[in-house]
Design a protein around this ligand. Structure first.
Ligand code: HNI
Length: 147
């Protein structure tokens, strides 16, 4: 089981309480598709992903980014049981969506960048460490049902 310090728990709760899920989720997913274009292959039915402007203006991407952030919210609310929390979602991404689990890390890096830009100075090294620890636990849990 992952051990969390009080600082880490407080930091994660604080960051997520400040995030605008729609704006941050959309920006994160759009960034992932722009920076790592091969991730677009999973969103073939999401309409126009022709270039960066199209991706950023695509309402389906924005909506799905929000869904992903709400998905992360489940981990925030279950910090002591992230693996079990994501068991079903891991099976879905593996067996139904066939998402390469390496992409979870790419998306989480994009989220770190979007959150850093939003928090500015408040995103100190210690805050980044807590945030990335949280995301690495999420990434690992989402990859658990792959075999
Ligand atoms: Ni992901 C669907 C959460 C990373 C591709 N994804 C979901 C759903 C949630 C979710 C929640 C909705 C499930 C349902 O309908 O029951 N995804 C997450 C989380 C992460 C993540 C928390 C990582 C932090 N997903 C990724 C990545 C990709 C991805 C990295 C591909 C690059 N996800 C998908 C696709 C769907 C999806 C594709 C189905 C979308 C649709 O509506 O057709």
């Amino acid at each position: 089981m992952v051990v969390w310090t009080d600082f880490e728990r407080a930091t994660i709760a604080d960051i997520f309480s400040k995030l605008d899920y729609e704006a941050v989720g959309g920006a994160t997913l759009a960034r992932c598709l722009i920076v790592y274009p091969w991730t677009q292959r999973y969103f073939g039915n999401f309409g126009n992903l022709y270039n960066a402007a199209a991706i950023m203006g695509n309402p389906m991407i924005a909506k799905h980014g929000t869904t992903i952030l709400h998905g992360l919210d489940r981990a925030v609310k279950n910090m002591d049981n992230i693996k079990a929390t994501y068991a079903e979602l891991s099976v879905l991404h593996s067996e139904k969506l066939h998402v390469d689990p390496d992409n979870f890390k790419l998306l989480s890096d994009c989220l770190t960048i979007v959150v850093a830009a939003q928090l500015g100075k408040a995103f100190s090294g210690e805050v980044q460490a807590a945030f990335q620890k949280f995301l690495s636990v999420v990434v690992s849990a989402l990859g658990k049902q792959y075999h």
